[in-house]
Design a protein around this ligand. Structure first.
Ligand code: FE
Ligand code: CA
Length: 510
């Protein structure tokens, strides 16, 4: 009997009417068509005493409501010292509701700092996979940190082999810099049902997350350690800026509705601790994380508050239009002040910017003219120089900018002022390539790029990620690549390694 028939029967039976509210509100014994934990589990936003544990009930991930039948469902969670769950240190119950696509976010507290825990969920007879949570070191500690930088995982453009390798590394954290999903699908590859059309509604975005999160290699990387996640454009719409969409055809209202759908689905599918807003369209995901006294991570949102793209909105010759207008902003005034004030007050050894688009300029044209991308920081040159001067004043040569978006690996030195490239180097930018977006890539060393852009120290057009080791005196970045993503089982390669010495200008090749 399905739920609709069941309720109809109940209303015919006066003696049973009293139980209807309970049946309706919540069940501890859901009747589910299949394993509800097919999207795996995740942990994120670690603190010294806890972190956020995530799952979503979805017995039929690509069906509306993930195949749950509309009831609210009780989910129990457990945190243990051991992966056999013999010593459970925390446990509790959460309710998965249809309004939030049966996602579960548990903000665990009361754990010990600087150690590993295991967690899992149960619902009815089903038990989830086991994930690992590492708590951050206590305030003041300088425990070294190992973490990976990931971004851009277009499902149809390649396999997530890089995540299989990442899951084998000894990592404390993963930072994901956005393009976790794509709102379009250009190459009918692994799935065909989404090709061509852009998604716009909450249900569309939910189904897109369900598709991506069904990948076992992505799940393996989530199960391995906590993640710190931000978003870029494709979580909503390619190259959007504030309430301006890619094609400029949508009204302000339409873009806000689309943002609300994209932001809600993002929240439902990520292990994040961010305050809920009155409207999902205004969800504020900017936040900080401390790894003891070693590093402070600034999780930035370079999409929601930015000024509309200048000039032709793509690659354009500069100067042009209002490109150099000082009122144009990438982060918005409030976020920019929060970041620059914070750089002055933070005592952490390293300041880390979890950033979306490339901060270093990339002049794409030979000869005397300069052509740059309007979607990158190069499209907001006054805001960029303002931020770099703040870094120079407050955290010179102990600031590392982590960047995604561009689907290629880069090592960039950041100068105080790119309008005067003779100015000193004050920060390092490590740009991590895509996990899968763009397909196999090639072995081009990109030398011509370096001639036009002397601050670019290395470049590669391969898929992969960056593996970082952070210590009080030095930051090492190992660039990982896979030679192909259109076939399974690509081996892992480490074509280059770089080091930033705390307090010293420049990036050194190892
Ligand atoms: Fe991307
Ligand atoms: Ca992007």
């Amino acid at each position: 009997m399905d739920r609709r028939d069941f309720l109809t029967d109940l209303t015919r039976t006066a003696a049973l009417a009293a139980v209807v509210p309970n049946v309706w509100r919540v069940t501890t014994r859901p009747r589910l068509a299949d394993d509800p934990f097919q999207l795996g589990v995740a942990a994120g936003d670690p603190t010294p005493t806890g972190g956020v544990l995530w799952t979503r009930l979805a017995p039929r991930p690509l069906e509306p409501e993930g195949g749950v039948d509309g009831q609210r469902v009780v989910v129990t969670w457990e945190v243990a010292d051991d992966d056999g769950f013999r010593t459970i240190v925390k446990q509790g119950r959460a309710t998965a509701v249809p309004e939030l696509s049966y996602s579960v976010h548990v903000d665990v507290d009361g754990l010990a700092p600087d150690r590993w825990y295991f967690y899992r969920f149960r619902s009815g007879d089903a038990t989830s996979a086991v994930g690992r949570l590492r708590t951050a070191p206590a305030a003041g500690a300088t425990t070294p940190l190992r973490f990976a930088v990931a971004s851009c995982q277009h499902y149809e453009q390649g396999l997530y082999t890089a995540y299989a390798h990442m899951a084998r590394e000894e990592l404390d954290l993963v930072t994901h810099l956005g393009d976790y999903i794509y709102e379009y699908a250009t190459i009918p590859g692994r799935v065909r049902q989404h090709a061509g059309l852009e998604i716009r509604t909450l249900d569309d975005y939910r189904r897109r997350y369900a598709l991506y999160k069904s990948d076992p290699l992505l799940q393996a990387a989530h199960h391995r350690c906590p993640w710190i996640v931000t978003w870029d454009d494709h979580e909503v719409d390619n190259n959007y800026a504030g309430s301006f969409g890619e094609n400029g055809m949508e009204s302000d209202d339409q873009m806000r509705l689309r943002r609300a759908a994209g932001y809600q689905a993002w929240w439902e599918h990520q292990p994040v601790r961010v305050p809920r807003a009155r409207s999902w369209a205004d969800l504020d995901i900017t936040r900080t994380f401390d790894w003891g006294a070693l590093a402070r991570f600034w999780v930035l949102d370079g999409r929601q508050y930015r000024t509309r793209l200048a000039c032709n909105g793509a690659n354009d010759v500069v100067p042009c239009g209002d490109w150099a207008d000082s009122a144009r902003t990438m982060l918005g005034q409030r976020q920019e002040r929060w970041l620059t004030d914070g750089l002055a007050s933070s005592r952490a050894r390293w300041q880390v910017l979890a950033n979306q688009v490339m901060m270093a300029p990339n002049d794409a044209e030979n000869g005397p003219v300069t052509r740059v991308s309007m979607d990158q920081w190069s499209g907001y040159p006054v805001a960029r120089d303002r931020l770099l001067r703040a870094i120079a004043d407050r955290a010179a040569n102990r600031t590392v900018v982590l960047t995604g978006d561009i689907h290629t690996h880069w090592v960039n030195e950041l100068h105080t002022d790119f309008s005067r490239p003779d100015r000193p180097v004050v920060a390092a930018e490590f740009v991590g390539t895509s996990i899968s977006s763009g397909g196999d890539g090639n072995a081009s060393p990109g030398d011509s790029q370096s001639a036009r852009n002397p601050h670019v120290k290395w470049f590669a057009n391969r898929r992969g990620y960056i593996s970082c080791r952070v210590e009080p005196g030095a930051w090492t970045a190992e660039y990982r690549t896979v030679p192909f993503v259109t076939r399974p089982d690509a081996p892992l390669e480490t074509p280059t390694r770089w080091r930033v010495t705390h307090g010293r200008a420049g990036i050194e090749r190892l």
